[in-house]
Design a protein around this ligand. Sequence first.
Ligand code: ASP
Length: 359
Amino acid sequence: MKKLSAFVLIAILSIFPLMISAQKGSFPEIKQLQSPQNPRLGFVLHGGAGVIRKGSLSPEKEKEYKAKLEEAVLAGYKALQEGKTGLDAVEIAIKILEDSPLFNAGKGAVFTADGKNELDAAIMDGKTLNAGAVAGLHHVKNPIVLARAVMEKSPHVMMIGAGAEQFAKEFNIELVEEKYFWTQERWDSLQKILKQEKEKAEAAKEGKKVSGIDLRMEPENKFGTVGAVALDKNGDLAAGTSTGGMTNKKYGRVGDVPIIGAGTYANNATCAVSATGWGEFFIRIGVAKEISSMMEYRAMPIQQAADAVIHTKLQNLGGDGGIVAIDKFGNIGISFNSEGMYRAYINSEGKPVVEIYKD
Ligand code: ASP
């Protein structure tokens, strides 16, 4: 009997290391992108994805975009270095981008089909899985601030339209007149699309064959949503996104940005994700949560999970756009299937990197 139990013990002990190495072998090694000084801080943001080809922006415009992206990424990172939370860092950086007319969020929001600006935003806390989202706003200067208030000061996740703005008033969140969001560039984009729509409708009436209007085919529609993800000193992840939606969208249309799990998601167990692109496709796939799930259930590293969703699932469905993401170790994931994506991150030396084009 004694001999038998000794045999069983030896057998178990000799199989155990094999089991561990088999397990290791079946999971891809995670490459960590960490700064030696601040091993647990990380910050990445985007300023929208679309047809942004080299040479399509004037050197001055390119400089303007890069400067604003750098300002925002440095502000977010500085907040983390000062010990602020990932949620603070995300809110600070997104506010900077919302206040700039360069991006399709806050000040630079695009116009709806009936000539209005209708803003959406969301924020999520990876530690608690609490989230706040707002949609269909016309007067809130910084929708990301209101999204955070919904998360922290209400029992709800999503508030829309007039009710959300009433809530903003109650919490002294800055409201502006609708004309604050009016910019010549965005107005011209809407006029151009409306003209095309009219021409196509007339051609169709005359019996000419016309293809459907593709909102995303217009370069003006192709970029501008802003978003950020952060890993703070406590190891907590946060994600936030803010947008004016898509030019010429119909009244009341809500995109992926305020849909938790589509355009915005954070979970300390996996990653934080902020998306930009053709929202309808991101909603149908649940892009941000899908990336998190691939990491959770298939043990995929962040970049692989992001590429699988963007370059396979989104691509196969006919959608376009991209994401920025960060995992609980500080590994960064950036993936897009469009020509370009405005993006910035803090590299392993703690320096900002700003990129626009594919390569
Ligand atoms: N995803 C945004 C929306 O569909 C637009 C964008 O990111 O460009 O509302």
